[in-house]
Design a protein around this ligand. Structure first.
Ligand code: HEM
Length: 310
């Protein structure tokens, strides 16, 4: 027999031997079913999951991530943008209903403003890089091509992994700084009933934070804690977490991040083009007394009383 022929013959015999002796190759449907349900066997993987032959929940996770999470998330963000656009078209900007007095009062300290803008920038970086990782394949890859998209996705992943822990610090500092102002009170019920004055003929009363701001604060804290804990589990996956825990964390992480992104779009709209005079409070630290009286009358009264005392 020719040399090459001998080699092929030997390879074929070896393959046949493997097929008839290896239990995996000889396995019937029942064996595969048992493996899918967690039956252990030998695999060359070292470490925590060494006996696992098939990690079946990986497929469930993949279908959930690429199906309901990505699709409902995209719809949620699009509908939020449409609702904000619609509100703007119907109501326009919420303007001051009396002329400015030119007298301003302090609303946000330097510390509060640095904390707000640092955390906001980190949040926006996380939101953009996170959305790129979730939707980039479908949206940017066809536009940029494989080379440019893979560099961008790698940069987004690095930015996401490093800014996550810093955002958690900002979140905790915000919790400490503003928890006291965000405890729900009876005044908030009235505010919510009139949708902050949109449905009534006068502005709803509010303390330093109105019910809308309190809603954003609590969404930020609760979804923020969920996004942070799940993010840390994903970020530091070198602590031996099993893949099933990483998959559950990923689902919690993406759902809470999508909720936060929709909430942030609403907050950014109301805090910028939506309300005349709000942004200058968070940039200069002071607001006109007309704005203070119109949007936060109870806080303004309290401020006046405090000033008279001192
Ligand atoms: C870049 C876009 C943003 C703009 C234009 C903006 C604007 C504002 C403004 C004007 C206020 C003060 C409202 C008032 O005086 O009553 C405010 C408060 C606040 N912002 Fe933002 N913001 C932005 C992004 C963010 C982000 C991304 C976060 C989340 C990390 C955030 C979290 C907060 C919180 C927690 C408050 C205090 C409200 C409360 O405690 O209830 N902001 N923002």
């Amino acid at each position: 027999m020719h040399g090459t022929g001998k080699l092929l013959f030997a390879a074929a015999i070896t393959l046949l031997a493997i097929l008839f002796t290896d239990p995996l190759f000889a396995a019937d449907a029942d064996t595969w079913r048992q493996i899918r349900h967690g039956a252990e066997g030998y695999s060359a993987v070292q470490g925590r999951e060494s006996g696992m032959l098939i990690q079946s929940t990986g497929q469930d996770w993949r279908l959930l991530r690429n199906g309901p999470i990505a699709v409902l998330g995209a719809w949620g963000l699009v509908l939020t943008l449409l609702a904000l656009g619609g509100f703007f078209l119907l109501h326009g900007r919420i303007r001051l209903d009396a002329p400015r007095t030119g007298i301003t009062v302090p609303r946000w300290s330097v510390y509060e403003r640095i904390l707000h803008w640092t955390t906001a920038i980190l949040f926006l970086l996380l939101m953009c890089s996170g959305l790129l990782l979730l939707y980039g394949r479908e949206t940017l890859l066809p536009l940029l091509g494989h080379g440019a998209f893979s560099s961008l996705a790698a940069a987004a992943k690095t930015a996401h992994n490093y800014s996550g822990p810093l955002f958690i610090v900002g979140l905790l500092l915000m919790l400490i700084a503003w928890l006291g102002d965000n405890i729900p009170t009876a005044v908030d019920r009235q505010w919510l009933k009139s949708l902050g004055g949109v449905t009534g003929d006068r502005h709803a009363s509010a303390g330093r934070m109105n019910a809308g701001e309190k809603g954003w604060f609590w969404l930020l804290m609760l979804a923020g804690i969920a996004v942070s804990i799940s993010g840390l589990i994903l970020d530091f996956s070198n602590f031996g977490q099993p893949r099933s825990l990483l998959q559950i964390s990923h689902v919690i992480h993406s759902v809470s991040a999508l909720l936060l992104s929709a909430g942030a779009l609403g907050h950014i709209y109301i805090g910028s083009i939506g309300t005349e005079g709000a942004l200058e409070g968070m940039t200069t630290g002071r607001v006109d007394t007309t704005w203070a009286e119109q949007h936060h009358d109870l806080w303004y009264e309290q401020l006046g009383r405090r000033e008279k005392k001192s």
